[in-house]
Ligand binder design. Sequence first.
Ligand code: SAM
Length: 261
Amino acid sequence: MPRSDPLALRQRIRHEIEPGERKRRYVRRLFGRVARKYDLTNDVMSLGAHRRWKRLVLGLAEIGPEHVVLDLAAGTGDLALAAARSAVAPIRVIAADMTGEMLQVGRTRPGASGVRWVQCDALELPMKDKSVDRIVIGYGLRNFARLGPALREIYRCLKPGGRLVALDFGRPSAPILDRAYLRYLEITASAAGWLLHRDRESYLYIAESLRQYPGQREVTEGMKRLGFVRCGYLDLLFGAMAINFGDRPGKAPTPAFASRE
Ligand SMILES: C[S@@+](CC[C@H](N)C(=O)[O-])C[C@H]1O[C@@H](n2cnc3c(N)ncnc32)[C@H](O)[C@@H]1O
């Protein structure tokens, strides 16, 4: 099967990312390969907009003093570093990711010493039950080998009253728009991957992983089934991007203030 045949390549990616252990290994290898160029590609492909959306994530998280904040699937730590930078009172920030190469890049970034970098899998977090106040995720949900168990693990680690806020590519609600968007992503992402890195596959993966991802509405329903309350999502770009959020029920200690960006 020639690697340059786009149809065959798409089929191979689809096979590799069927939920489960094979997807975990595939995703781990893929991010290991792109780690050094990840930040640049992110800026180019979103024209810098991902920074604004990540600020929105942190705003919705309402991080307060003394909070333990976990940036899950942190990659090079955009959310963790921004949370640590913008905190006006002491907080503890952890950046967790399963790909060592991504964390390695993160550890060299300005402000990295204010963050604890942990290599671990979202499906088996080393954090204790009810130990984290806020879990923020940037483009992680879609990449998890199994989404349901990852959400369950997140719920386990959140303190009562704790909050999950997760940004990812979304699925527009109109089927025609959804199909057009997936096609658009296939073409633009693989072209960008080829132009920037001569690596079509890593970027074609974005469209294929999104095809498999249930999208913001189903994630909301899944969160409710797990027991999250005050669940919802914020559509960005007509639902092409979305931020899911929800709280573990229970009363959180009232912070003296809430930081918003
Ligand atoms: C698209 S990157 C996102 C990086 C960063 N959060 C951002 O917003 O730019 C996805 C990250 O998810 C990580 N990841 C995927 N599956 C994971 C899992 N099961 N456990 C922990 N990290 C995972 C990958 O290693 C990768 O660094």
